[in-house]
Design a protein around this ligand. Sequence first.
Ligand code: FES
Length: 127
Amino acid sequence: MVWAGWNVIVHANDERRLCRRAEIPDGGVLAVDSVAALEGADLLLTRRGGCVAAFHNVCPHAGHRLDWAPGEFLLRDGVLTCAAHGASFDAFTGSCLGGPCRGEGLRPVALEVLADDAVLLADGDGR
Ligand code: FES
């Protein structure tokens, strides 16, 4: 198992901007906590090359965060494992791959990536 962690970014305002794409390690995860524009939701962002994805950092099994400590995730070969009871998810699609998630997936969050590499919450209802 790989311990894949990066800094946790904590948002205290309602801006749509989450981070810069380069802050998400390629093939890794970045936690972005307390996103005011999403009523204080905690997110996890993943990246594969130039593509990024975001999900609520809430496991569909029992509602725990997926990280074992803030910003520290169990990740190996693109599979994200919930630290609570071991449900596993595709780190980029959020689909359940095994364990107690029983076919449920992570709740996605729509993003926009600007030309300057800024990663923002999408403007609209795709959250
Ligand atoms: S809360 Fe994630 S596997 Fe149980």
